[in-house]
Design a protein around this ligand. Structure first.
Ligand code: PEP
Ligand code: MG
Length: 608
């Protein structure tokens, strides 16, 4: 039977226990602190679930005639369990990602129910007198090899599904459940988490996520913030130091996990969590108030989201619209692009859901760390086939997406934005595509907003340098600080080894932001920022002072950012920004900005 998950915060007078046997003498294990990167705020204390995608080991064993029946029974039991697991995942994926995206799990269930395949496996067990896991692995691997040998990319992807099902059956034969262990409360520890894993895990009582790899802007981190699940990434050795069932304390504010936490650590974390909660309580009434400074300068405070389901929360948090809708989220868990009609349904849901407030749909930003096609490899993906470059190379898909966005624009609250713009010619080319998409719809007699606003992400240094010329081509800018920082400072946003060099307050970053705001404002364009920096409380006063018209943030931090905006005068923010621009190191800048906040909002918990 499955071991019951430990209760969070199982504290005995002899220290922290990692098992339920309170009679056995216990020596408190040494506390080990691992420092990573704070990826989503909150404190989580509870047992680890070590998530590994490693294929289970299979040995060949001879069996006796008398064991054939029981081997076959093991297969059948494992299949029933596997189907139950997959059915649960399927149900959740349907709710969270839509039925189209959930189809992959339906296909996996069909493999389990394939009577010919399972019949062959049972026959082979009886004829060859070998253990069930070996026959399962051998038989299903044959299919996988055949699929991999095909030149069709679709078949390659199906081969991975087949492999996944095979591993699931073998895991269940070994009684090692993968997903069902998540029924209790647990902190997921893994080498890395794909966005789809993050979503799928979130259906249960997940207390937190801790990963060896990843940075604050990896998409799994962004998603955990949206899902309000504390997370620490970039821990390097968490998976080596931990086992399923170990008790850990995860501090998503400071980016630390404590293995075998001492009572002092647990008490300190409780106090910290309490302080943050108290501050959060002060924010409850703020949702209905405007994001304006004490001297009445209004800032648009909007949300970054990836799923239509997030709109309700964004609205509750008092969002002034959607400043960034990452459309590539529709591709998670699928092997093909959604059709124009499918996309239209999604965009329409979002545009109607947020109406009359605006939504900015960013066209697919695939590549980089996001959704590279299976088996596709690049040595430098962030400098490779990504964002608008992929869209240009897939003109039909790009047009389908643009038509779908345009069709959703009838309420006139939709804007289009292009990612990874590096040169003026790309903006012109993208606009030609919009023109073509409009002409297509016109020919089909389908209505859309003729005057839809078109903008670009400014996230590549070349676009900063050319901001004035780019401004002449578009209606608005949104600064993608996540990428701008990585490209400007030559620091991979997901590489743990260089994480300390990824500095959002680096003076070069701040001067670039100033240049972009000035270039946009020269043409009376609206300039927003939608990178993670927009949601960092230490950055708020500075960004307001730099003249930003909009901050687009993960909905969870929205009230806190609004509180800060409401605590300053624009004229002071400008003075503070001017002073910041004279400073030459990130440390000085951060220290100065933190002191500015402390002075105005002493209760704001600002721990790094
Ligand atoms: C950015 O680069 O700042 C941004 C918002 O886009 P993404 O994080 O999706 O690359
Ligand atoms: Mg980006």
């Amino acid at each position: 039977m499955r071991k019951q998950p430990l209760q969070p915060l199982l504290i005995s007078s002899k220290g922290v226990s990692t098992n339920n046997n309170m009679d056995a003498p216990q020596t408190p294990a040494q506390e080990i602190l691992l420092k990573g990167i704070a990826a989503a705020p909150g404190i989580a204390i509870g047992p680890v679930y070590l998530y590994s995608k490693k294929a289970p080991q299979v040995e060949i064993k001879a069996i006796a005639d008398a064991e054939v029946e029981s081997e076959i029974q093991r297969l059948r039991t494992a299949n029933v369990r596997s189907e139950k697991e997959l059915q649960k995942i399927l149900n959740f994926a349907e709710q969270r990602l839509g039925s189209e995206n959930a189809k992959i799990f339906e296909a996996q269930i069909m493999i389990l129910n394939d009577a010919i395949l399972m019949g062959t496996i049972e026959k082979r067990i009886a004829q060859e007198l070998k253990n069930v896991e070996y026959i399962v692995s051998d038989e299903i691997s044959k299919y996988k090899r055949l699929m991999l040998a095909a030149s069709d990319e679709y078949m390659h992807e199906r081969a991975h599904d087949v492999e996944d099902v095979m591993n699931r059956i073998i895991r269940n034969i070994h009684d090692q459940k993968l997903y069902s262990k998540l029924e209790g409360q647990s902190i997921i520890v893994s080498e890395t988490l794909a966005p789809a894993d993050t979503v799928i895990f979130s259906r249960n009582q997940i207390l937190g996520y801790a990963t060896d790899l990843g940075g604050t802007t990896s998409h799994a981190a962004l998603l955990s913030r949206s899902l309000k699940i504390p997370a620490v990434v970039g821990l390097r050795t968490a998976t080596k130091n931990l086992h399923t069932g170990d008790l850990i304390a995860l501090d998503g504010y400071a980016g630390i996990i404590a293995i075998n936490p001492t009572e002092e650590t647990l008490a300190a974390l409780h106090r910290k969590s309490q302080r943050f909660r108290e501050f959060e309580e002060q924010l409850i009434d703020i949702a209905g108030l405007g994001a304006e400074t004490l001297d009445h300068k209004h800032i648009e405070l909007s949300s970054n989201i990836e799923y239509p389901e997030e709109i309700e929360f964004a609205r509750l948090q008092g969002s002034a619209g959607i400043g960034l809708y990452r459309t590539e989220s529709q591709l998670i868990g699928r092997s093909s692009y959604p059709t124009e009609d499918e996309q239209f349904e999604t965009y329409k849901r979002v545009a109607e859901g947020i109406s009359p407030q605006p939504v900015i749909f960013r066209t697919f930003d695939v590549g980089g760390d996001k959704l590279a096609p299976d088996g596709y490899h690049e040595d430098n993906p962030f400098l490779g086939w990504r964002g608008i470059r992929v869209s240009f190379d897939r003109p039909e898909l790009f047009l389908e997406q643009l038509r779908a966005i345009l069709r959703a624009s009838v309420r006139r609250n939709v804007r289009i934005m292009f990612p990874m713009i590096t040169r003026v010619s790309e903006v012109r080319k993208a606009k030609e595509f919009v023109k073509q998409a409009k002409a297509d719809l016109h020919a089909r007699g389908i209505p859309f907003d003729q005057k839809i606003k078109i903008g670009v992400m400014i996230e590549v240094p070349a676009a900063v340098v050319m901001a004035e010329e780019i401004a002449a081509e578009v209606d608005f800018f949104s600064i993608g600080s996540n990428d701008l920082i990585q490209y400007l400072l030559a620091v991979d946003r997901d590489n743990t080894s260089v994480a300390p060099l990824y500095q959002q307050f680096n003076p070069a970053v701040l001067r670039s932001i100033k240049m972009v705001v000035e270039a946009g404002h020269k043409r009376n364009h609206w300039v927003g920022i939608c990178g993670e920096m927009a949601g960092d409380p230490i950055a708020t006063v500075l960004l307001v002072g730099l003249g930003m018209d909009e901050l687009s943030v993960v909905p969870i931090v929205l009230p806190e950012i609004k509180k800060i905006i409401r605590s300053i005068k624009y004229k002071d923010a400008k003075r503070i920004a001017d002073k910041v621009l004279t400073l030459t190191t990130e440390d000085e800048i951060k220290e100065y900005l933190a002191s500015v906040i402390k002075e105005r909002l002493p209760d704001l918990p600002l721990e790094a």
